[in-house]
Design a protein around this ligand. Structure first.
Ligand SMILES: [Zn+2]
Ligand SMILES: [Zn+2]
Length: 212
């Protein structure tokens, strides 16, 4: 069962060990056995924190890419600052999930960038002073798999990972898809919004709003 949930995510991480992979950061060019575990945080800082803790418990290191001007979350809020602190404390790296063409790297980030919803025209153009994770040699369609919209274009890669079938791999995992329940992207998004409503009510109470 290839569900998009934390149980199966744990199985994917275990498969990486069985396949002989080691978790790598984007601070060197791909070498045989590297598994570049990448998280684009499009929608939810809470999802990023939950996945980060899940990985820490399993000794897994990855790179989280965060947005500076998302309509869904505020990286400058206490929630945003706490998230960066937790991701780093859990042993992960933090890169910029950038809206083209504004780059906006600042000291909160390592020198590594992943474009949000990139256009094929400029997706793979190398950057000055930072690694673009979709530029060669870090990106090659043969060694890249993504869970976008709760759909693996080539099927769930866990068997191939367990068999060591990729010489190396960049694996893009969107935290929201795995942390919130749902058998389709629509269901998962509704779960995320239900959770968000609870969180908003807590924030309103903390802001001394009368909810009686
Ligand atoms: Zn699977
Ligand atoms: Zn994105």
């Amino acid at each position: 069962m290839c569900a998009f949930d934390l149980d199966h995510y744990g199985e994917l991480l275990e498969a990486a060990g069985g396949g002989g992979y080691r978790f790598a950061f984007f601070d060197h060019e791909p070498e045989p056995g590297d598994l570049f575990l990448r998280h684009d945080v499009d929608l939810s800082l809470e999802a990023a924190r939950l996945l980060s803790a899940f990985e820490r418990e399993r000794g897994v290191r990855s790179t989280y890419f965060l947005m500076v001007s998302s309509v869904f979350y505020n990286l400058a809020s206490s929630d945003g600052r706490d998230t960066i602190v937790q991701l780093r404390a859990d042993g992960h790296r933090v890169g910029l999930h950038a809206d083209f063409p504004a780059l906006g790297l600042d000291p909160r980030f390592d020198d590594v960038v992943a474009w949000h919803n990139p256009d094929p025209e400029w997706m793979s153009v190398p950057l000055d002073g930072a690694v673009n994770v979709m530029s060669p040699p870090w990106f090659d369609p043969a060694t890249y798999r993504s869970d976008s919209n709760q759909h693996w274009r080539n099927g769930c890669p866990h068997d191939e990972i367990a068999a060591g079938a990729f010489p190396w791999l960049q694996l893009l995992i969107h935290p929201e898809i795995w942390v919130y329940p749902g058998d389709s992207m629509r269901e998962t998004m509704h779960s995320m919004l239900d959770r968000d409503r609870e969180r908003r009510l807590e924030q309103l109470a903390a802001d001394k709003i009368d909810l009686s």
